[in-house]
Design a protein around this ligand. Structure first.
Ligand code: BV8
Ligand code: ZN
Length: 248
């Protein structure tokens, strides 16, 4: 019995899929993952050093320059076949919920309609003084540090930095997505960053069938019934096509 036939047999009695994704999903779009050393000007920094409130307080210009560099890089990137396959699964299956750690917005650009973004979004910025102002941008931004139009404090990227708590609503949505699913596909994440990395473990505890897609093994790999040692773009389109064909 092929993997997809096994998945279809599971879905026949326990319908619904949740797809949890990380930086590896965007790797084939040319967006570097957090594991990869950064390039050029950013080579001497690790994301953990830049994606923190302390780094922003200490040197807001450097942190903003990094986010502008990432926005420029993402604006030149295109959704890859894995993003498109996930968007097709969401549109074509009766119950398919998407949860991502990524902040690049590429799943939405691939056509996904509802994405739970555990760590925020690169293309939103919010008032660093907490007055509540939030702005969506579609261009990388300028050299000058953006200021809040309401209170003139600095704006900051609307992402969850290391040491910051995730939105309870996003975590609740992610938990509900897993609860409603018979199968949980975990793709492109090193499963090292918490509390996001706790979600696949929660799925296993709930007795869900967890499928991991990652060319490298992670701390999750030995605990799942299906580990696919391939890239997202190699594995997901074929699985999506067979699941969608069977659902028509
Ligand atoms: C928090 C947004 C309360 C910013 C990001 C225990 C419990 C709770 C917290 C902690 C804990 N232990 C430690 C902590 C603190 C910390 C943490 O987990 N640290 C880690 C480093 C140990 N967690 C937090 O701070 C979280 N906050 O819990 O608040 C608290 C606070 C303090 C202390 C205790 C509790 C907030 C975490 C969110 C941080 N923000 N992003 C921005 O983007 O600028 S995290 C960021 O890094 C990403 O969003 C992502 O989540 C993470 C990187 O992980 P991945 O997505 O997995 O990417 P990675 O590069 O690691 O791996 C890529 C994978 O893809 C690899 O496996 C590779 O093999 C694979 N791959 C490569 N190519 C492909 C591929 N796969 C498929 N196809 C391919 N082609
Ligand atoms: Zn403000």
């Amino acid at each position: 019995m092929s993997l997809t036939q096994e998945l279809l047999a599971i879905l026949a009695t326990r319908p619904g899929i949740a797809i949890l994704t990380g930086a590896g999903l965007s790797a084939e779009s040319g967006v570097p993952t957090f594991r990869e050393a950064q390039s050029g000007l950013w080579a001497k920094f690790s994301p953990q050093e830049l994606a923190t409130p302390e780094a922003f307080a200490d040197n807001p210009q450097r942190v903003w320059d990094w986010y502008r560099w990432r926005r420029e890089l993402v604006s030149r990137a295109e959704p890859n076949p894995a993003h498109l396959a996930i968007a097709e699964l969401e549109a074509g299956l009766p119950c398919c919920q998407l949860v991502t750690q990524n902040v690049d917005g590429l799943l939405q650009r691939a056509g996904a309609r509802q994405v739970t973004e555990l760590h925020g979004n690169l293309w939103r910025q919010k008032c660093a003084a907490g007055c509540g102002a939030v702005q969506t941008v579609n261009v990388p931004g300028h050299d000058a540090l953006p200021r809040c139009q309401r209170c003139n404090a600095l704006m900051r990227p609307d992402v969850v930095w290391f040491g910051e708590t995730l939105s309870q609503a996003a975590l609740a949505d992610a938990g509900a997505a897993i609860k409603a699913a018979g199968i949980v596909i975990v793709c492109g994440t090193s499963n090292l960053v918490y509390p996001a990395a706790a979600l696949p473990l929660e799925a296993l505890r709930m007795g869900k069938t967890v499928v991991e897609i990652n060319p490298a093994r992670t701390p999750l790999s030995s605990n799942v019934p299906f580990y696919i040692g391939e890239t997202a773009s190699n594995a997901l389109p074929a699985i999506a096509q067979e699941l969608l064909q069977a659902s028509t």
